[in-house]
Every structure is written in C-alpha cells, then in structure tokens.
Ligand binder design. Structure first.
Ligand code: MLC
Ligand code: AMP
Length: 513
C-alpha cells in the first residue's frame, strides 16, 4: 500500500467530486475535482524539475487555497514540504534556507528580490512566486502541465515535512515528520473528534504551523468535509461564517477575542459541534466565559511540532468530560508519562517532565543527530520540555488521574499568541546593538496573547539606549511577533550564586506591560 499521506486523502475524497471542498472568504468555490487537478498540475511541475529524492520545497507565502494545493502537491510528488512563517525576515529565512538547503523556494512576488538572493546564495536554483490572488510564476508554470498525476509511492518512514521549531540552545531545529507521523495522527484525530463528511470547518489559522496546516486541514480532508477558508483571525468573518460551520480551531487568543465581541453569542454558534483550542494554555476564565456565552465547552488539546497531537480532552462524552485547565487524556496509540529528574514515573498529582512515545513522534532533528539523541531517553521516550502532572487539582476541582495538566515548561520558551519565541535568539540580536552590554528576554502575562515578549537590557557605561529606537530597529530585523513589546534599560541583571541570570526575578519585577 502507498504510505503517501496524499494517497490517504485521495482515498477519502467524496464520491461526488463536484461537491464543494473549499469556499473562500471572498466567494470562490473549489470542488474536490479542482483540488485534484490543481495538485496534479503543481506535482507535475515539481516532477519536471527532476529533483533528487528527499528534496525540500521551502514555502513562505500568504495563506491561499493555492498555497494549500502547493503543500498537497509536494506530498503528492513525494517531496518534503518546509513551511515558513510569513513574518520571518531576511536573516531568519537565510538561516532556514542555509540549513535545509531546499531544492525549491516559493515566496510572494513582493519578497522575490531578497528571497531569490538568499536562495541563490545557498545554491537553490528554483525560485517561484505565489501570491494570495492566484498569481505568480508557480501557477503560470503549473498551468502548462497535465492535470493528471499518479501519486508517488512513499514508505511510512519517508519524510513528508520539516517544521522548524525553537530550541533551548543554539538556533532553530528542523523537526522531520514522516508520512506515517502525519497519517497516523490525522486518523486518530478523525476518530477521536468524531469528524463527519457533513462537517464544515471554519479554517482561520495560518498554514505554516502544525495547528492550521496539519490538525485543521488534515481533519477536513480526511473526512471529505468542506472548509470555509479565511486568511486570518477576523471577528467580522467569524460572525459571518460561523453560523454555517460545525468545527473551528484556534489558539487561545482566538477565544479571548471571541468572548470580548459583544455580537458573538449562542445564535452565531447554533450550528457548531466542536471548538478546539491548543498551541498555548487556555486560561480557565476564557474556558468558563466561552461556555457561559455560547453553551459550548471548548475542547483543549496539547501537541507540538515534533509530535503533532498528543493529548486531548474527550469529544465523546462517554469517555469523560472536558475539563478546563487540563489538556485531557493521551490520544489512542500515544503514550505519555510524567517523570522526575531521575526519569522515574511520578505519582498522580506530582509535577514532573512530560515524555511521550507513539507513531506520531518525529524522526529527529534535521542534520542534528546529537541534538536528536539528547532529546530522547535511552528507552525511546521523547522529552517534550513541558512540565505537567496527571490528576491533581485545577482551581478547587479534583481532576481524574487520567487527565494531564500542563503547568509550565522546562525549556526557555515564550508562547505569544500561539507563536513560539526563543529568548536566546532575541537576546543575541539585542546584544549586537550599540550600547548594549547584555540582555535578558522574558515572557510576561498578556491579556490578548497569553504571554508577551519583554526585554531587560543592560547598558554599557555611559551609553544611551532608548526603548522606542531599539524596538524600531528590531522590527526591521526579526519577525514582528518576536519583537519585545517593552524594553527596560537597567544597570545590571539579577544573578544567582552560580552567576546565572535569574529570569524568575525579572518576570516578577516586570510582570506588567
Ligand atoms: C501579531 N502580533 C503579535 C502576534 N501576532 N505579537 C505577539 N504575538 C503574536 N502572536 C503583533 C504584530 O507584530 C503587530 O504589531 C500587531 O500584533 C498586529 O498584527 P496582526 O498581524 O494584525 O495581528 P493579528 O492578526 O491580530 O494576529 C494575532 C493572532 C496571530 C493571534 C491572530 O498571531 C495568529 O494567527 N496566531 C496563531 C499562531 C498559530 O497558528 N500557532 C500554531 C503553532 S503550532 P505592530 O507593533 O507591528 O503593530 C503549535 C503546535 C500545537 O504550537 O500544539 O498546535
Ligand atoms: P511548537 O514548538 O510551536 O510546536 O509548540 C509546542 C509547544 O506549545 C508545546 O511544547 C507546549 O509548550 C505548547 N502547547 C501546545 N498546546 C498546549 C496547550 N494546550 N497547553 C499548554 N501548552 C501547549
């Protein structure tokens, strides 16, 4: 059997291929036939380039149905998809392209000038453009290709995608996900969340991370269900499209904003069967306020780029209720354990490190065998870097011992509006700026984004650093969501007796924006 993930999707296309597969926010309709033909044309184009086995296709484009087709065509052609956040700027893209050495880079026409320079510098010769208005050289070239393509045979263990994720030390690492990783997880979620062919997914997430690209899109594709496709979080579009939808997924900021919207009520959600939250902790107050407002209980789940989805609150009430503040039960086929510093299993309600195993767990970090080895235990468990417990209490409430709660992270990572920010990376940019002796970047509570990035900067003697100037400079150099919302200039950083910067002290001191 062909283990290519696209072959799995194809096998689930509805019998009526003239049915609507995707409706866009601006009124375009794509049938399943359209999806088949568009992916065939792009797959034929990629195949015509005669790329070596395992070649990477790096993509930094705005969200569009054609961008989804490019992802699916890459799978279909047996190549490896490498999505990049559209907020990344030149220095960031330079790193990813240099590290992954993609054979093909696809970017927006607005960025073609600098992206093609970066690509050529790293010996990538094929650079195409793709814009959200269905233009660009990729589609021009694909238009000349046949709209018939036989999906390339792949093995379970062959790479399907590389997702770059922040690391605790050094630069970002590329998590290598196989066809089996993605297919097994999609099938598990299909069952566990009760996907149906008559579902309508309101797809409002970006498609360069696990949540929007895999969890949301794969769910609808596997169910043969329709998607309503919107470019980004937009309350007016939620009010317009949600009444026709049955499933929606978002990071917690989506739900925070929905409960703040006075027009968002039970009527808007009348047709809905499932709201999913993940990528960052959902505050209990948001969980409660959402239920109060809509009568719907958000289903919170937990996962990561290296593993796709791991743990989920139940959809099926007979498996248990959805408990706010917890991330629920390990998904079928996924093993989760909480261990102490010596690797011994913790008793229920005791906090420890979360480790996982399963067919969804990635193959390793791209060209980083040592880093990969460090992140797995000798007996094959992946160390998530998250800290949690089974059972215990959330607020006043006793939680069953089968439910996992994530209480923090052992990795130095900030999650802002569902995007990961790696403090060390920001500190290295700041430390290079004139007048800076050193810096510490921390996450502080933020009502909208969950956490916000804040920098504490030590000036060199006599130097004059101004907050606005520093923020302005960083905006031109790194992705906007990584730019500190505040910069505090100080004379020294608090350190412990080992000389290590005490970030907890800084977080207490600067805990408001
Ligand atoms: C935007 N801004 C942010 C930000 N997003 N600041 C901090 N954190 C963020 N996440 C800033 C911009 O820099 C800009 O600042 C201002 O906010 C307005 O920008 P915008 O683009 O108009 O913002 P908005 O559309 O409101 O975006 C917010 C958001 C978006 C929450 C909708 O960030 C988003 O879509 N997040 C989803 C991330 C996601 O999909 N994560 C899944 C990862 S997968 P200025 O100063 O320029 O005005 C994963 C695994 C798993 O984690 O388990 O799922
Ligand atoms: P990423 O590297 O972008 O895939 O982010 C994965 C990280 O997001 C996990 O390791 C967790 O720290 C965090 N995360 C994902 N879902 C949740 C959740 N429901 N609650 C708390 N943290 C989460």
């Amino acid at each position: 059997m062909n283990a290519n993930l696209f072959a799995l999707f194809e096998s689930r296309f509805p019998a009526d291929r003239t049915a609507c597969c995707i409706e866009t926010h601006d009124g375009l309709y794509y049938t399943w036939d359209d999806l088949d033909r568009a992916t065939a044309k792009i797959a034929n184009l990629l195949t015509a380039l005669e790329l070596p086995a395992g070649a990477r296709v790096a993509v930094q484009v705005e969200k569009s149905v054609e961008a989804l087709c490019l992802y699916l065509a890459t799978l279909r052609a047996g190549l490896v998809y490498l999505p990049l956040n559209t907020a990344y700027q030149e220095a960031e893209v330079d790193y990813f392209v240099g590290d992954a050495e993609p054979a093909v880079v696809v970017c927006s026409s607005a960025n073609f000038g600098w992206v093609s320079k970066v690509a050529f510098k790293h010996n990538t010769h094929h650079v195409f453009t793709l814009d959200e208005n269905r233009t660009g050289s990729l589609l021009q070239r694909a238009a000349q290709q046949s709209d018939v393509f036989t999906t390339v045979e792949r093995q379970d263990d062959d790479l399907a995608a590389i997702l770059y994720t922040s690391g605790t030390t050094g630069r970002s690492k590329g998590a290598m996900l196989t066809h089996r990783n993605l297919a097994s997880n999609a099938q598990t979620l299909h069952e566990y969340w009760g996907w149906r062919s008559d579902d309508v997914l309101l797809h409002m997430l970006p498609i360069f991370h696990v949540h929007g690209l895999f969890v949301a899109s794969h769910g609808a594709l596997l169910a043969g269900a329709k998607m309503i496709w919107a470019p980004k979080l937009d309350m007016a579009q939620i009010l317009k499209f949600l009444p026709r939808a049955t499933v929606m997924m978002g990071v917690p900021t989506y739900y925070v904003r929905m409960v703040q919207e006075p027009r968002f009520d039970k009527e808007v959600c009348a047709n809905m069967r499932l709201f999913v939250s993940g990528s960052a902790p959902l505050l209990l107050e948001t969980f409660d306020a959402f239920r109060e407002r809509t009568g719907h209980t958000i289903l919170e789940r937990y996962g990561m780029s290296e593993t796709v989805m791991l743990v989920s609150n139940p959809y099926d009430e007979t498996l248990g209720e959805r408990i706010g503040g917890t991330v629920g039960l390990p998904l079928p086929g996924v093993e989760v354990r909480v261990v102490d510093g010596e690797g011994q299993a913790c008793e229920a309600s005791v906090i420890g490190n979360v480790e996982v195993k399963g067919p969804n767990v990635f193959k390793g970090y791209w060209r980083m065998p040592e880093k990969t080895a460090q992140e797995f235990t000798a007996d094959g468990w992946f160390k998530t870097g998250d800290v949690g417990r089974f059972g215990g209490e959330v607020g006043e409430r006793k939680v069953p011992d089968t439910y996992l709660t994530i209480v923090g992270r052992s990795k130095d990572l900030i999650i802002s509006g569902g995007y990961n920010v790696y403090p060390k990376e920001i500190e290295s940019f700041i430390d290079e700026m004139p007048g800076v002796a050193e810096s510490a970047v921390i996450g502080v509570p933020h009502a909208d984004f969950g956490e916000a990035v804040v920098a504490v900067v030590v000036r060199k003697p006599g130097a004059d650093i101004d907050e606005a100037g520093m923020i302005g400079t960083l905006k031109g150099r790194i992705a906007n969501f990584k730019v500190p919302k505040r910069v505090h200039v100080v004379d020294e950083l608090p350190r412990n007796t080992m000389g290590k910067v005490q970030k907890n002290v800084l977080r207490d001191q600067y805990n408001t924006l």
